[in-house]
Design a protein around this ligand. Sequence first.
Ligand code: GLY
Ligand code: MN
Ligand code: MN
Length: 411
Amino acid sequence: MNEYSERRNRFMEQMEDNSLALLFSGDEIQKSEDEAYPFAVNRNFYYLSGIDKAGMVLALSKFNGVRSSRMFILPYDEFWAKWVGGRMREEEVKKISEVDSVANVNDLDDYVASLYNNARYYGGLKVYLDLWKYTFEQSDSKAIRYAKKLVANYVNTKVIDAYPILCEMRMVKDEKEVAKILKAIDITRSGVYAMMRNVKPKMNEMVMEGIFNFSLAQRGCNTNAFKTIAASGKRATILHYSDNNCVMEDGELFLCDLGATYDHYCADISRTFPVNGKFTARQKEIYKVVLGAQKVVENNARPGVTTRDLNQKVIDYYKEELPKLGLNGDVSEYYFHGVSHHLGLDVHDVDIRGSKLKKGNVITNEPGLYIEKEGIGIRIEDDLLITDDGCINLAKDFLHDPDEIERFMNK
Ligand code: GLY
Ligand code: MN
Ligand code: MN
């Protein structure tokens, strides 16, 4: 049994009896004639199947306690294969996902109709769907459109959001998932080190982004975990700056916040270093305070605490430290984001807000200080694995110390 069938079993254990779960891989979104936007597979579908192709539907059923899994796929198309490559065939789908059976996606509605007939005796069909929506106006996903279609055709349908079960499962990473995050961090490190080695005044931020992506490609990775932030000078005080199109000047700091992916698992790393290879005394003293904040989080991250608790520890620490840097006033003038979020298949991964950390969670550790009037933005971000009684820094071998960074940049 591979990890995908093991996860499906755990999911189906938690499904109510006489129910069906439908997970849609998603569709390619057309950009213009003959071109689609890059496809991003639905993460819950991938988590339960290991497949990252468009147009598929994973159906998990549970009737009288009997469980089965069936993957509905687009039929193989010889003509299409000549244009964009072959679709996945039945044998490959079975090999990767270990589903019980594979069927044509055009037969999905008939399959669902047959289950409705079986379920009549039990008062109708309960259907689990991934009803994720981030904003009110966001257009409906395929799962939401299908939920509407089911309710329109079978008025006694009970639609259940699959998210609570999947969220709890995905928050606790298994060994294979941690190994993939570690690989993503390792690839990211190569990219950041290439930036450190090549940066110089008058270079454009976009060249730094290009160096990072080139290094990822050399390691076989062509997908970023999120849009790279490559910000020098005062642009580093904009948290999610991603224009990456300005010239970097002598004496400025450069902040990058970026990540490679490995099998869709994300790294989320930030590093800040001097464009000319040497921190000023002022830059170094501020940098050291941010590094101290990272240590505060690392020393306190353990089962039972919340990410909000960790953030409060950072704020308390800054309250002590910022006046020593001549930064008076409220901490929120210089630090105005959370220190941590969960990390996994998504860079801001699924999360039960306010929940206590558990062994197997992977979270970020990303304190920063943003001093616009001095043109200084510093963020240092690592990724932590929560253990029985503390945490392991998955990015511990990734340069942190400012003196070591200078030595590395000037070697
Ligand atoms: N890369 C966005 C973040 O660190 O949360
Ligand atoms: Mn980040
Ligand atoms: Mn982050």
